[in-house]
Design a binder for this molecule. Structure first.
Ligand code: FAD
Length: 456
């Protein structure tokens, strides 16, 4: 039970990874935490309509696993019991960068876990449900956030459940409903500004297929990542093992290039990737589930930290803060990191602040921005290479690309650079670790020795 109360009741809207992580953080500081979700939430690892992307491959990065483990101790073992596949970072994944040497398969010193989104989400939901002061209420759609009569704060929610509509009050409402529609609606209804946002027009199209792993799978890898060189191709692919002895295979295209939803076309598309590895793996396999497709027009980053007014008693989290290009597998991991951030802030404010509920949201939004920097730029830099991608290129973009290519060449020879590159990709280290002075001097020397052709 909580020992330093910030309030009596907290409500979390949405039981995606963002909502579950936030609820775990709140449970230490509120008498009761109630999570409302519009979905049925059966006690089975199956996709659900409120999270349509859950049918697609959902990679969990190392920092995401660490964050979930901090909030839900033992979660790694829970998902292994449910069939998650342990993966030795660096050694078990074949990273193919067409036009460049593949990264050697070296043991980078940590273990990841590969599983479907429903398996992960169910394990996290069960772990949260074991907290005695947390209640998860399915089939409860929050219709709106309720503002107090002065318009200064949010005091609860109005929800539709069991065929009726009712209001529930709370000291804190966390909007983790996905894209922030409830927050934006309450800000507008109060006549207040909504946050500025940056968008990048990625026009990403996705198809996920599932196959039974054959009796004689390749022995040199468990997973494959074929990263299309954006200057040369619009196509990439990922193959990972998940529970139930299945391979999940994603093929992705951009700017009008859509992978087909039937097996023949899917295989042909796989054959058109810059390397044949994924095609060779699946060429004789049959589907075990229908191919699912998804389109994502833009990556979005919102600046709640710049708002002059934000209601007391409300906190917006999850994909409402940032929607990343899914090809880099970052969304759930950042949502889990935001849960850890929330717990750290509550810990501090509950002892230091005279009014933690007033200070919480500004502090959270301020610290969520630096947390977003690395995943945002990890995706934005390669996405902006496509000339059709809309969005502002950073200054010295061409040099930045040269730097990245030289860094990858160094990583082939040098295990420490390889590890650092992967630590940044897995959000274990910030992106500016890649420009630390000693390393930067080596990278610049490599750039001078072998510049990228300007036309590529
Ligand atoms: C195609 C695709 C592939 C992806 N692949 C990856 C990947 O490989 N790795 C990764 O980490 N991330 C991936 N992501 C991103 C990831 O899915 C999201 O970042 C993550 O789900 C965000 O979690 P969330 O909790 O903010 O929102 P969501 O997971 O969308 O959850 C929102 C929840 O709120 C509920 N809800 C919504 N409105 C209401 C309401 N009014 N009342 C009550 N409940 C409500 C919904 O039912 C849902 O349960 C991918 C996304 C897409 C689209």
């Amino acid at each position: 039970m909580p020992n330093r109360l910030v309030g009596e009741r907290a409500i979390v809207v949405g039981s995606g990874i963002g909502g579950l992580a936030a609820a775990a953080a709140l449970a230490d500081f509120f008498e009761t935490v109630t999570v409302f979700d519009r979905d049925d939430l059966p006690d089975l690892p199956q996709p659900r309509s409120g999270v349509p992307q859950g049918r697609h491959l959902h990679a969990l990065l190392a920092a995401g696993l660490n964050a979930l483990d901090a909030l839900f101790p033992g979660i790694g073992q829970d998902v292994i019991t449910a069939g998650a596949v342990p993966m030795q970072a660096g050694r078990d994944t074949l990273y193919e960068f067409p036009g460049l040497q593949p990264l050697p398969q070296r043991d980078l010193g940590w273990e990841g876990l590969s599983m479907s989104r429903p398996v992960l989400e169910l394990a996290v939901r069960r772990a949260l449900g074991r907290r005695p002061n947390v209640e998860i209420r399915p089939r409860s759609r929050v219709m709106e956030l309720i503002a107090d009569p002065t318009g200064a704060g949010v005091t609860g929610v109005r929800l539709a459940a069991d065929g009726a509509s009712r209001s529930v009050s709370a000291d804190l409402v966390v909007d983790a409903s996905g894209r922030g529609a409830l927050t934006l609606a309450v800000l507008r209804s109060l006549g207040r500004a909504v946050p500025d946002e940056t968008t990048i027009g990625i026009d990403m199209r996705y198809a996920t297929a599932q196959f039974a792993i054959p009796a004689d799978p390749p022995t040199s890898w468990k997973a494959v990542l074929t990263v299309a060189d954006p200057r040369a191709s619009r196509r990439g692919g990922v193959l990972v093992p998940v529970e139930g002895n299945r391979w999940m295979v994603v093929l992705a295209g951009v700017h009008g290039d859509m992978p087909p939803a039937e097996l023949g076309g899917f295989r042909e598309y796989a054959a058109s990737l810059p390397t044949p590895t994924i095609f060779e793996a699946i060429r004789n396999l049959e589907l075990v589930a229908p191919i699912e497709r998804h389109a994502l027009p833009t990556s979005v980053r919102r600046y709640f930290d710049r708002l002059a007014f934000y209601p007391r008693g409300l906190l917006t989290t999850g994909d409402a803060l940032s929607v990343f290009n899914p090809a880099y597998g970052q969304g759930m991991s950042v949502r889990a990191q935001e849960g850890v951030l929330l717990r750290r802030l509550l810990n501090r404010l509950s002892t230091e602040s005279a009014d933690p509920l007033a200070e919480l949201a500004p502090a959270f939004f301020a610290e969520a921005q630096p947390l977003t920097d690395t995943p945002w730029w990890n995706a934005a830099v390669p996405d902006l290479v496509h000339p059709e991608t809309t969005g502002e290129r950073p200054p010295q973009f061409a040099e930045m690309l040269q730097y990245g290519a030289a860094l990858r060449r160094l990583a082939v020879e040098d295990a420490d650079v390889h590890r650092l590159l992967m630590e940044v990709q897995h959000l274990l280290k910030p992106r500016n670790a890649l420009s630390e002075p000693t390393l930067a001097a080596r990278v610049r020397a490599a750039m001078a020795a072998a510049p990228l052709p300007a036309s590529r």
